[in-house]
Ligand binder design. Structure first.
Ligand SMILES: Nc1ncnc2c1ncn2[C@@H]1O[C@H](COP(=O)(O)OP(=O)(O)OP(=O)(O)O)[C@@H](O)[C@H]1O
Ligand SMILES: [Mg+2]
Ligand SMILES: [Zn+2]
Length: 235
């Protein structure tokens, strides 16, 4: 098991410091530092890889730009024209998309609508906020009686999420919300800077290595920033 130590994180911008500071040197805000426990293990295996059997580390080679081909049709085009437009013309494989918004603005609804609107596309919708029953009820209200391959998982452990992702092998993953997730690598509470940073980093790695697009729902606080850490937006 990894050793743990504590560090101080600015709850506003995610700046890390070994000691408590009154003012953040990065974002200049006062009294934003909170102590969080972080694991330090030299032999830390990223969660995503540690749960993926036989996924050899893919190594990217440098390629000359005029030989790189990309095809627009690789994108997953949703039936929602506005959503496609916001995403720059559909969902890019392996991308990480942050859905930010105030409480009650309709983030969960939008994501469930997306999950139900794509036939032949396996969507793993992970909720740490609502029960299966609540989600089912919302799905019925949306009355998109589709043949969608939409899998609902109520889970908050990132380790368990990756196990399920491996079992389901989805084409799209939705996380509702990042503030409810926790990694056992980090001892601080869900929603804390270090948890959000760790879980987002794991999801980013998963998206890149599996080429599965991941939607992350993030709450917005009173002051208009995505809950707590600016780190989420940066990532
Ligand atoms: N496009 C829409 N038009 C009208 N009402 C909507 C729309 N989207 C969602 N709603 C309604 O708004 C309410 C809140 O939606 P939802 O739970 O999806 O928001 P949320 O952003 O996920 O909230 P929270 O931050 O609490 O998780 C629900 O009652 C839902 O039915
Ligand atoms: Mg919600
Ligand atoms: Zn700061």
């Amino acid at each position: 098991m990894a050793k743990s130590k504590s560090a101080y994180f600015c709850q506003s911008c995610g700046y890390e410091s070994p000691k408590w500071l009154g003012q953040c040197p990065s974002c200049r805000q006062w009294n934003t530092f909170v102590e969080e426990m972080v694991s330090t293990g030299a032999s830390r295996v990223p969660e995503w890889r540690s749960t993926t059997v036989g996924s050899a580390k893919r190594q990217n080679k440098a390629a000359i730009i005029h030989e790189i081909v990309y095809s627009a049709e690789q994108r997953i085009i949703t039936p929602d024209k506005e959503l496609n437009r916001v995403l720059g013309g559909g969902i890019v494989p392996g991308s990480l998309v942050l859905i930010g918004g105030e409480p009650g603005i309709g983030k969960s609804t939008l994501m469930l609508q997306l999950a139900l609107s794509l036939p032949k596309t396996k969507v793993l919708y992970i909720s740490g906020e609502e029960s299966e029953q609540q989600i089912k009820m919302r799905a019925e209200r949306l009355s998109q009686q589709s043949r969608a391959e939409c899998y609902i998982l109520t889970e908050t452990s990132i380790q368990n999420i990756f196990k399920q992702a491996e079992a389901v092998r989805p084409d799209i993953v939705v996380i509702d919300s990042i503030q409810t997730l926790h990694s056992q690598q980090i001892e601080s509470a869900p929603g804390s800077v270090s948890q959000v940073r760790e879980c987002t980093a794991e999801l980013l790695r998963y998206a890149k290595e599996s080429n599965v697009p991941v939607f992350i729902v993030g709450h917005i606080t009173k002051d208009g920033s995505i809950a707590g850490p600016k780190v989420l937006e940066h990532m």
